[in-house]
Design a protein around this ligand. Structure first.
Ligand code: ZN
Ligand code: ZN
Length: 188
């Protein structure tokens, strides 16, 4: 664990007694790869994290919210998108000995992946990353009914008059259109 990472929280101020809690509020610059292909958190933009950390028998329960700016592109019309997003976090970070005990039981196949406290520190990076990235759309839209682009000229339907269309004078196209009409007639 890299203790200099802004995502790493020290648990030294948090008594291990069950029910003890502390708050952790931080704002830091987003790392470079917080997003998916078409939308994500711009590198260097503020990530605001407001969390409550509570000691429970198994470890520390981390809950709260993370707030980010998103920037991306509409997957249909390629327009730039800017929005803000707040995601909730709720995650149990295990004491090392509790995780070891769960692993010993061998009942949970995914136990190896359980988050764990290391030397009184928690690395929030994978938790914050999941909270943001898993909520991002792979095909972001500027609005749900975005009509996208005209497939012939590539202009935005939003910018085109209602009667926009293309005359097909291309002979190759006419031949193909003829074949299509014929096939449709045969199928009917
Ligand atoms: Zn769009
Ligand atoms: Zn067009």
């Amino acid at each position: 664990m890299d203790l200099r990472s802004p995502f790493v929280v020290s648990l030294i101020p948090l008594p291990r007694q069950e029910g003890s809690h502390m708050t952790w509020e931080e704002e830091f610059a987003a790392p470079g790869d917080l997003g998916v292909e078409l939308i994500g958190v711009p590198e260097g933009s503020p990530v605001q994290v407001s969390l409550s950390l509570q000691s429970v028998s198994e470890g520390v329960w981390v809950s709260g919210q993370v707030h980010v700016n998103l920037s991306g592109r509409c997957s249909r019309c390629l327009r730039d998108l800017e929005e803000e997003r707040t995601e909730s976090i709720g995650e149990l970070i295990f004491y090392p000995e509790r995780k070891a005990a769960i692993l010993d039981l061998g009942e949970d196949e995914d136990a190896e992946d359980l988050p764990v406290i290391v030397d009184d520190h928690i690395d929030l990076e994978p938790i914050i990353r999941d909270a943001i990235v898993l909520g991002l759309p792979f095909q972001p839209l500027c609005r749900p009914d975005c009509p996208g682009l005209c497939s012939e000229c590539g202009q935005r339907w939003d910018d085109l008059p209602e009667d926009h269309h293309h005359e097909h004078t291309n002979p190759t196209f006419d031949v193909l259109e003829g074949i299509r009409t014929q096939l449709e007639a045969e199928q009917a």
